[in-house]
Design a protein around this ligand. Structure first.
Ligand code: ZN
Length: 355
């Protein structure tokens, strides 16, 4: 396969010795002709405003030039951090089982072409595409995204109504495995986005892609998000024993409910499977790690004062005891196509380099 042959020689073109963030959301309102949309009402709109302020953007950006402002701020943070790169995530729409889009159920949408285009323009951004496997054109879209340089696939089975164990999707998972494209899938509870199928919060929903040979990263290690969510962390842990191709990310582990599993994630055997991710722009605070004694007061004060939340998240996780390999392991899982194959693209997101 041409694209498999492309996998290793260019590896050195990426800063593989530097830390990498696996879980960085891009949001937009379409103001930059990006195709993004946001449908936020009530408390979700308030929360989105808070998240923006956490990244030093005004809440008013939601109705303004959000697409440009968000990317400018993200680039500024990545460039001012210890990270070599971040994986930016497209966000698929919700589809029914017949492959029809259900746009009344989605909160935000980020097209694959947008993240692919951003990654071509800015080498510190690596593109994770998002494809609902029930789409009529799912396989076609997957092949198109592979040809255009996708390094990962992202989905939220519980929010996007994806029954990963549906046997109709075998060909889709096999194609991902064959192309070496890893899957980052949300697991555990979710409170920022509306849940469509709560049973798909269970990491066992990832069994079929794992059996097809896809390298799967269970976002949040299936920890619960709210107090009333079911706990799936122990199921995730059991599954890592059965599936050598299963990993988990530590995104949002500075919040109390998810973070209580930190001690298990920083020691063997689980430590070998953990991947660093921030879940940007979800807020990052050092209070819980300090209160739990995971970090000392000086470290808390030092990083709480840093407005760069990507750096803050990285430094807090290091101080919490995540080993250096946690921050670079993802380089060995991503599909890193030859940079030349990603050139000559048509798409221009119309975003100028900041500064
Ligand atoms: Zn996320």
């Amino acid at each position: 396969m041409a694209e498999l042959a492309d996998l290793s020689p260019q590896f050195s073109a990426y800063p593989c010795d530097k830390p990498l963030d696996a879980h960085v959301h891009v949001v937009g309102n379409g103001s930059g002709n990006t195709g993004c949309w946001l449908r936020l009402h009530g408390w979700r709109r308030l929360m989105a405003g808070l998240m923006l302020r956490h990244t030093q953007l005004p809440a008013s950006a939601l109705n303004g030039d959000l697409d440009r402002l968000f990317i400018e701020r993200l680039l500024e943070m990545v460039r001012g951090s210890s990270l070599g790169a971040v994986v930016i995530l497209a966000q698929e729409r919700v589809y029914n089982n017949q492959g029809q889009p259900l746009d009344n159920l989605g909160t935000f949408y980020v097209p694959n072409d947008y993240v692919l285009g951003l990654a071509r323009k800015y080498p510190e951004l690596l593109p994770a595409v998002s494809i609902h496997p029930a789409r009529q054109d799912a396989l076609e879209e997957l092949n198109r995204c592979l040809a255009e340089g996708a390094v990962m696939m992202k989905c939220l089975p519980n929010c996007q109504n994806i029954d990963c164990n549906d046997r109709r999707f075998i060909r889709f998972w096999e194609r991902m495995a064959e192309a070496g494209l890893p899957l980052l899938a949300h697991t555990g509870g979710e409170h920022t986005l509306p849940i469509v199928r709560s049973e798909f919060s269970d990491p066992r929903t990832l069994r079929l892609p794992l059996e097809c040979g896809v390298k799967v990263i269970a976002a949040h290690c299936a920890t619960k998000s709210g107090l009333t969510d079911p706990e799936y962390f122990h199921i995730f842990t059991e599954m890592t024993r059965r599936f050598p191709n299963l990993y988990g990310d530590n995104s949002a582990f500075t919040v109390p409910i998810r973070g209580r599993h930190v001690p298990d994630c920083i020691r063997p055997p689980l430590v070998e499977r953990i991947i660093h991710g921030s879940d940007f722009p979800v807020p990052v605070y050092g209070h819980f790690p300090w209160l739990r004694g995971f970090i000392d007061w000086k470290t808390f004060r030092r990083w709480e004062a840093d407005p760069n939340v990507l750096e803050r998240d990285y430094q807090l996780k290091r101080a919490m005891g995540f080993r250096p390999e946690t921050f670079t392991r993802l380089w060995t899982l991503l599909r890193l196509p030859a940079q030349s194959s990603a050139k000559g693209m048509r798409y221009d997101p119309q975003i100028k380099k900041p500064g």
